[in-house]
Design a protein around this ligand. Structure first.
Ligand SMILES: NC(=O)c1ccc[n+]([C@@H]2O[C@H](COP(=O)([O-])OP(=O)(O)OC[C@H]3O[C@@H](n4cnc5c(N)ncnc54)[C@H](O)[C@@H]3O)[C@@H](O)[C@H]2O)c1
Length: 244
């Protein structure tokens, strides 16, 4: 059990990569707090974890709203007294769109969820982690932060911001014993990828397949555990060679 007695918040945990991370962390002994939008399958994912003997709580949260993120953190503390791990995983994608056609709503939604939501999350947990003198913050970036795809302009920019924010926070928080790292997934087999994109993306991945959510969960487990106690400020590409 590599996360025994740890308490972890995972955003975007009702589906895809976040769900896999929550299940993996719970299987390794962590109490997991699942944060996702209210209409999502958060409760079912939490129940599935509990049915397997894990501890899980779904707290409906829109990460773009600072008061909801504050509530998420407060409820976690009220219920479980500590926050050892925050995984800022929730994110939204965009259809392939030329730069001239990106409208204000698309720009705002991508930046709000993918950047502001991550920022609020970090801001809300650090007082507790500083007090504890330790903590782990993970972010889900994307290979598109460092090897962009054409037509995903503002999405790529948002993930670039996540990678740099995480590095900057790693520096700012190192003296408090808080580590901050990012996982950069390549195209991963979740609801975010439509059937048209699948084949196109597979051709660009040297290992010849999409990643699976569990590939991200395995990397997250490593970075969250004490096995990575000397690792901060890095990003791991889980990408089948896409960024070579
Ligand atoms: N699937 C991929 O190919 C891929 C590739 C690179 C990076 N990523 C990143 O991985 C992360 C997870 O993506 P996924 O593939 O599991 O997608 P997904 O759509 O399956 O899951 C994303 C989850 O985030 C939640 N979410 C969206 N907006 C939210 C908000 N405002 N507040 C709270 N929760 C919100 C959704 O409800 C959903 O449950 C994202 O940050 C995404 O950008 C995905």
């Amino acid at each position: 059990m590599r996360l025994k007695n740890k308490v972890a918040i995972i955003t975007g945990a009702a589906a895809g990569i976040g769900k896999s991370i929550a299940e993996k962390f719970a299987g390794e002994g962590a109490t997991v707090v699942l944060a996702d939008l209210p209409h999502t399958a958060g409760n079912e994912v939490a129940k599935g974890i509990e049915d397997k003997g894990g501890k899980a709580l779904f707290i409906p949260t829109d990460i773009t709203k600072k008061d909801e993120v504050t509530n998420l953190v407060k409820k976690t503390i009220d219920n479980f007294k500590t926050i050892d791990i925050l995984h800022n995983n929730a994110g939204v994608a965009m259809p392939i769109t030329s730069l001239e056609e990106v409208d204000d709503d698309t720009y705002q939604r991508i930046m709000d969820v993918n950047v502001k939501g991550v920022f609020w999350g970090i801001q809300a947990v650090i007082p507790y982690m500083k007090e504890a003198g330790e903590g782990v913050i993970l972010c889900t970036g994307s290979t598109s932060a460092i090897r962009p795809r054409s037509g995903l302009n503002i999405y790529c920019a948002s993930k670039g911001a996540v990678v740099t924010l995480a590095k900057s926070m790693a520096l700012e928080l190192a003296s408090f014993g808080i580590r901050v790292n990012t996982i950069n997934p390549v195209a991963t087999d979740t609801g975010m990828i439509d059937s048209e994109q699948r084949e196109k993306f597979i051709k660009t991945i040297p290992l010849g397949q999409l990643a699976q959510p569990i590939d991200m969960a395995n990397a997250a487990l490593f970075l969250a555990s004490d096995d990575a106690k000397m690792i901060t400020g890095i990003e791991i590409e889980v990408d089948g060679g896409r960024c070579i």
